[in-house]
Design a protein around this ligand. Structure first.
Ligand SMILES: Cc1ncc(COP(=O)(O)O)c(C=O)c1O
Length: 465
């Protein structure tokens, strides 16, 4: 699990970290015997003991098995209670089981879960999404992966072009077109043989450029074979990379110049505010995709688009819907249960007030971590975006995915996360993202910062020894 990638700014040796890690492993075993035993039993019927691979990928000897989750707390089956800053990697961005969402799904579950017919709530959510994000037309999918897949298909149809352009080290779900990245020799490569359907050549459908490089973007778009650019406005899956001033505007202009459509994936950056990064910064995409938290964690995703795109879709597809059964849509998508969950979440949970508390919480974490880093003289940095922030093991904020990924350090990530978990604090497993739901208190945040602080103190104490 631990790779040999490490940050040049870690300040400790592999051996020193291994000693710290061994102590934390032992403590974890002592705190979680029931999770450990359950994981052992689960090997008999679940591949590698978990129902979904990522659940087994927290860098611990066994995953925590969850008894319950509510607000910003998770209780495991051993009775440990954690302050949660991972929030199901954004699915529970507004806290676990928000009361209005829970009430709405309880009501709807007895009134019909899925009929493959629309409910009136879908008008409400369409109007609300248009108001928030500034795009007039919306469709519903189950997951953000699916929304991205559908929109890419639509863009190909509208432009008659084969390729999708993505940013190096991006993640937009398990969408084949988005998985290649730039290898050391400058050519596209895959991270694992599973990364793309066997037989699909990795460069037939994809172009990849570094984020924040408008010249590279123009060079690739000039081939005029790119149907769409699919980008997060802030990269959030390789650490976090903020856009340079003017970059997203340049992206829009270049797409216009070369006849390419622009998709902004707001799945994570929705944490910027009620209308995501798009509304906050006046972006003008052709399409927006968004999933995970939009229905309080019930699986729903949406994609929105301009009136021009709606007209072009209807013209290109030759009828008033895109209901080609092999292309776009899914049996359960837009089901009454999911739509009710989304309405309750948008109406009563993802409010202006909630975002204000979430963003203030992020600022408190980031300020606290900045002070701790300075006190310990550690050359790491904290990137801020809306309600989420990211500790990066490098002294300055990265400008692109390659730079961010170059300072990834799995050994350090696993040790620090385990240190936090053993002290009842959870953060996102695959990097150092911390997300703040609205019910988080100042005490919760101060606890997170204090635990990071003592973890840093341990690392610094070993420096030069
Ligand atoms: C930006 C972004 N888009 C899309 C997805 C896919 O979401 P899901 O796994 O819920 O389909 C992810 C998942 O992490 C993501 O980070």
């Amino acid at each position: 699990m631990i790779t040999d990638m490490k940050s040049s700014y870690r300040g400790v040796t592999d051996e020193q970290l291994a000693v710290l890690r061994a102590r934390e492993d032992e403590l974890y075993l002592r705190r979680t015997p029931k999770s450990r035993a359950t994981f052992a039993s689960a090997q008999e019927m679940l591949l590698n003991g978990v129902p979904m691979p990522w659940m087994g990928d927290w860098g611990t000897s066994h995953p925590l098995f969850v008894d319950s989750a509510s607000g910003n707390r998770i209780t495991d089956i051993d009775g440990n209670c954690y302050i949660d800053f991972c929030l199901g990697d954004t699915g529970a961005m507004f806290g676990h089981s928000p009361e209005p969402t829970a009430e709405a799904v309880c009501r709807q579950v007895r009134r019909g879960i899925t009929t493959m017919l629309p409910t009136e709530d879908s008008l409400w959510i369409g109007r609300d999404l248009a108001r928030r994000f500034g795009l007039p037309f919306w469709q519903v999918a189950m997951t953000a992966t699916e929304a991205n897949r559908y929109v890419i298909r639509i863009c190909r149809t509208l432009t008659g072009r084969p390729k999708t352009l993505v940013m190096n080290e991006c993640y937009h779900g398990s969408v084949d077109e988005t998985l290649p990245h730039i290898g050391e020799d400058g050519r596209l490569e895959l991270r694992s043989p599973f990364d793309i359907n066997p037989g699909l050549p990795k460069d037939a459908l994809t172009r990849v450029v570094e984020f924040n490089d408008p010249d590279a973007l123009e060079r690739e778009l000039a081939h005029r074979d790119v149907a769409c650019v699919l980008a997060e406005p802030v990269m959030t899956n390789c650490g976090m990379v903020l856009p340079a001033p003017g970059y997203l505007e340049a992206m829009r202009q270049l797409c216009n110049r070369y006849g390419t459509l622009l998709i902004i994936d707001e799945t994570h950056t929705f944490s910027s505010g009620p209308g995501g990064y798009t509304a906050m910064h006046g972006l003008q995409p052709d399409f927006i995709t968004l999933g995970k938290s939009i229905a309080g964690g019930i699986p729903v995703a949406v994609y929105g688009f301009t009136a021009e795109m709606a007209d072009r879709i209807n013209l290109s597809f030759g009828h008033k819907s895109v209901a080609d059964p092999m292309g776009i849509g899914g049996t359960l998508s837009g089901n009454a249960f999911a739509i009710a969950a989304m309405r309750a979440t948008l109406e009563k949970v993802a409010t202006e007030g909630a975002f204000a508390r979430m963003i203030a919480g992020q600022e408190r974490i980031s300020d606290g971590l900045d002070v701790a880093l300075k006190r310990h003289d550690l050359p790491w940095s904290v990137t801020r975006c809306g309600a989420r922030c990211e500790m990066q093991f490098m002294p300055h904020l990265p400008v692109n995915g390659s730079e961010a990924k170059a300072q990834f350090d799995w050994q350090l990530i696993y040790y620090t996360h385990l240190y936090l978990a053993n002290r009842d604090v959870l953060i996102t497993p695959f990097h150092n993202m911390m997300l703040v739901p609205p019910m988080t208190t100042d005490d919760d945040i101060d606890r997170l910062v204090a635990v990071w602080d003592s973890c840093m103190a341990e690392i610094v104490a070993l420096r030069g020894k």
